[in-house]
Design a protein. Structure first.
Length: 374
């Protein structure tokens, strides 16, 4: 199976966005303009088929791959009947971010997270903000090799509390991600995954045993939206979320609200009811404002009225912690105790001005606040 090219990405445009590592907000040039040899590692979650073919079991696509070909993600290749990851140890972006940028609002607030990604994705979202990374191939990349141990060491040196797998889609660099998570654990660092949740059940279960937090980008509550806009299906994402819930791994949800596509009251109500019934009232939900980009550049930004309507629907359904994203000055960016209603974390954008928590309890009424706070 060959990856479908987006058609508008060129090597020049990709390198314009991804030709440097970013650490602590300062770009440092690559050590060489020549691409290093790829370091393929035998992939996990695949089976061998007759005729030298392989079937990938990492995500629901289940790509059947001929020798010499790659799966839909573009970074897993069959070489003589063995499936390899082509991006192990080859990050294209690494940056020290506030954890609120992921966004995580109930996970180590006010801390820094070393964020890392390779190229590739198992979806083809038309609104992708990181399409230069997610829709590219390993050959388009000039980068240095960075071992899992080196990533963890860099995070520790920079004073990060965690390592976040983000920007592109972490499922496609699963082997690299899980080895980094193990190295992070050795250094008493947390690890967090920012993902579309499009995993096989075995892959997401194993991941939950290695990481501390997962943020799911729930694209829509509609199968047709997933098919037409994202090149995927909804049900496996919902199953992943239930597996994360059952594992006890901390989870937050982001819903990018796109005007005219996934913003109907009916859809938001259905999603809200499902979240409360299947995941519980304490899962933070971030309703984010869409801005025109990539292949949906013809659409307008999400109206504030639509976002606030969705906020009300979520709250009425029983979701205790709802946030409106991409609205840095909105009051909903702050966290309020679900019991007494007092503001316990004050945010403006990604900056925190005050935290009123005592060992994970509200500093005013003493109610336990769900999350990972220290």
């Amino acid at each position: 199976m060959k990856r479908n090219s987006p058609g508008i990405l060129t090597r020049r445009s990709f390198l314009a966005g991804c030709s440097a590592f970013f650490v602590s907000g300062i770009a440092s040039p690559l050590s060489s303009l020549a691409s290093p040899a790829l370091s393929p590692l035998e992939a996990r979650f695949y089976s061998k088929l007759k005729g030298g073919k392989t079937i990938c079991g990492l995500c629901p696509h289940g790509c059947i791959i001929d020798s010499g070909e790659r799966g839909l993600c573009g970074v897993r290749e069959n070489r003589d009947g063995i499936l390899y990851s082509l991006v192990y140890g080859l990050p294209c972006s690494i940056h020290l971010d506030p954890i609120e940028k992921k966004p995580f609002f109930h996970f180590l607030p006010g801390s820094s997270s070393l964020s890392i990604s390779t190229v590739g994705c198992n979806m083809t979202c038309k609104f992708c903000q990181n399409w230069q990374i997610s829709q590219s191939s390993p050959e388009d990349l000039d980068t240095d090799h960075l071992s899992p141990e080196s990533v963890a060491a860099r995070a520790s040196t920079l004073g990060a509390r965690s390592i976040s797998f983000t920007y592109g889609e972490p499922v496609v660099f699963y082997e690299y991600m899980t080895d980094i998570a193990l190295s992070a654990r050795d250094r008493e660092l947390y690890s967090a995954v920012v993902t579309n949740g499009y995993y096989s059940p075995d892959a997401i279960r194993q991941l939950c045993g290695l990481v501390n937090a997962v943020k799911i980008d729930l694209k829509s509550f509609s199968e047709s939206y997933y098919r037409d806009i994202c090149g995927a299906t909804l049900q496996p994402v919902l199953e992943s979320m239930k597996i994360i819930r059952d594992s006890g791994t901390w989870m937050e949800i982001v819903y990018l609200m796109v005007p005219g596509l996934n913003d109907s009251r009916e859809e938001i109500e259905q999603m809200a009811r499902w979240i409360v019934d299947e995941l519980g009232m304490d899962v933070p939900v971030h309703i984010s404002r869409f801005f025109p980009q990539y292949r949906l550049a013809n659409l307008p930004p999400t109206p504030l009225s639509s976002l606030e309507s969705a906020y009300g629907i979520m709250r009425d359904a029983g979701v205790r912690y709802v946030y409106l994203g991409n609205l840095p000055d909105h009051r909903s960016m702050s966290t309020y105790c679900h019991s007494c209603g007092k503001k316990i974390i004050s945010r403006k954008g990604y900056r925190i001005s005050s935290i009123s928590l005592n060992n994970g309890n509200c500093g005013f009424c003493g109610e336990e606040i769900p999350g990972i706070w220290s």
